[in-house]
Design a protein around this ligand. Structure first.
Ligand SMILES: NC(=O)C1=CN([C@@H]2O[C@H](COP(=O)(O)OP(=O)(O)OC[C@H]3O[C@@H](n4cnc5c(N)ncnc54)[C@H](OP(=O)(O)O)[C@@H]3O)[C@@H](O)[C@H]2O)C=CC1
Ligand SMILES: O=C1OC[C@@H](O)[C@H](O)[C@H]1O
Length: 388
């Protein structure tokens, strides 16, 4: 674990350092906003990807853009009120990374596609499923790639869980429970996650992972949200529709029950001791159970506990893919995701992929939970796409 952690933080950079030719044309990435997630989801992962160039970053504040570029190694920056559009208008940008608040994902992804760029789009894709559908329709018409950044999917550990289920070793799936809790204070007052217009809420944030995992492991979409309950972030009017935690049960075909829970603000023990996040998925099958712990950062640590009925429990780990040359034990979920995304953009076959319909269906399920718990769907963007 220490070795993996060391290499995660100090990755060897073989191809770039050796000056060897990358397999494909280097892609210039342009990142929108000086977002907190960018160093992890893009910058760090890019260090060991020979085809990724950290070309530009744009931020609403010029100085912030310059400082971010300098700190994280982007070649140039765009700032001010036109900064985002200036980045999109730069013909040298091939790919846009969009980690803006959820409520701005639609507008800036559409604008990026209009400018002819591929997009690595942060999760959840949009505020509404209709917007997600519009994004993919435009991307297809322009022959461009858009990937919703559900990074957990690309790691060998989650795919191993799926493989165990698909092998039928444990028989038919009966119940899938996915939980993602975040300690209180992680998303502080004023965070984008507490803003309804910007697409805040626990179903949108940690909850969208639980929805995605449920659908992925079940290989199907929920047919009905049976129950859903949520608690608002505060009693203030602006938080009436902003959930800090939710619980939902869903039915899936054939005869699978899904149980989801997420908490974006889990209270401290005795008011001062933070709780460990719970990031787990448990699948109960006819002939046993499989439980995955830590689907968010499995490269640091994870466990896949398989308990076949009447047989010994075993614990598996999967840091790399068996028989596949690409990948290192210290590759993060983001690094595996970047590998797949670049492969797709370059016209190669990625190890794993998340189809447009998958993203659209995930947003539909998020909407259905909000419908059932009474908090209502997130507001659609006011941006209207035009071809001119
Ligand atoms: N894949 C993952 O593991 C994670 C994904 N995420 C996703 O990434 C996205 C960003 O999250 P995070 O980095 O935590 O958020 P931040 O608040 O740190 O970053 C959001 C960026 O959006 C820009 N922005 C533009 N308009 C607004 C506005 N009106 N209000 C606030 N910010 C604005 C800001 O850029 P500027 O610098 O220009 O001011 C800011 O840097 C979300 O979609 C989130 O769900 C988040 C965490 C983990
Ligand atoms: O994607 C995410 O993963 C980690 C969480 O803490 C965060 O709120 C969320 O946006």
């Amino acid at each position: 674990m220490l070795r993996r952690l060391y290499y995660t933080l100090n990755p060897p950079i073989p191809t770039k350092a050796a000056g060897a030719d990358p397999p494909g044309k280097p892609l210039n990435f342009g990142s929108l906003g000086a977002a907190t997630i960018t160093p992890w989801a893009l910058v760090h992962a890019a260090k060991t990807h020979p085809e990724v160039v950290l070309y530009a970053v744009a931020a609403r504040d010029t100085k912030r853009a310059e400082e971010f570029a300098k700190k994280h190694g982007f070649q140039r920056s765009f700032g001010g009120s036109t900064g985002y559009q200036d980045l999109l208008d730069d013909p040298k940008v091939d790919v846009v990374y969009n980690p803006l608040p959820n409520g701005l994902h639609f507008e800036w992804t559409m604008k990026a596609l209009k400018a002819g760029k591929h997009v690595l789009l942060e999760k959840p894709a949009t505020n509404t499923s209709a917007e997600a559908a519009q994004i993919f329709a435009l991307a297809e018409s322009k022959n461009l790639i858009v990937l919703e950044a559900f990074h957990y999917r690309f790691h060998p550990s989650m795919q191993r869980v799926k493989e165990i289920l698909d092998s039928k070793e444990l028989g038919a799936i009966q119940r899938i429970s996915a939980t993602f809790t975040v300690p209180s204070g992680t998303a502080a007052e004023g965070d984008i996650r507490w803003d309804y217009e910007l697409g805040g809420g626990s179903v949108m944030d940690p909850g969208c992972y639980t929805v995605s995992i449920l659908r992925y492991l079940a290989s199907s979409n929920p047919t009905e949200v049976l129950t859903a309950k949520a608690v608002p972030y505060s009693t203030r009017p602006e938080h009436k529709q902003v959930d800090k935690m939710f619980w939902a049960t869903l039915s899936l075909q054939p005869e699978i029950i899904g149980e989801l829970h997420a908490n974006l603000d889990e209270s401290k023990i005795f008011g001062f001791i933070p709780r460990f996040p719970t990031i787990s998925a448990k699948v109960q099958c006819e002939k046993g159970t499989v439980e995955m712990f830590n689907f968010l950062a499995p490269s640091i640590y994870h466990s896949i506990a398989v308990s076949p009925k009447g047989k010994r429990r075993r614990v598996e780990k999967a840091y790399t893919f068996k028989g596949v040359a690409k990948g290192e034990a210290w590759w993060t979920t983001y690094r595996y995701q970047l590998e797949a995304f670049v492969d797709k953009v370059q016209g190669r076959t990625p190890q794993h992929w998340l189809d447009p319909q998958d993203t659209i269906d995930n947003m539909k399920c998020v909407e259905a939970i909000y419908e059932k718990d009474g908090f209502g769907p997130r507001p659609p963007s006011k941006y209207i796409y035009t071809e001119d």
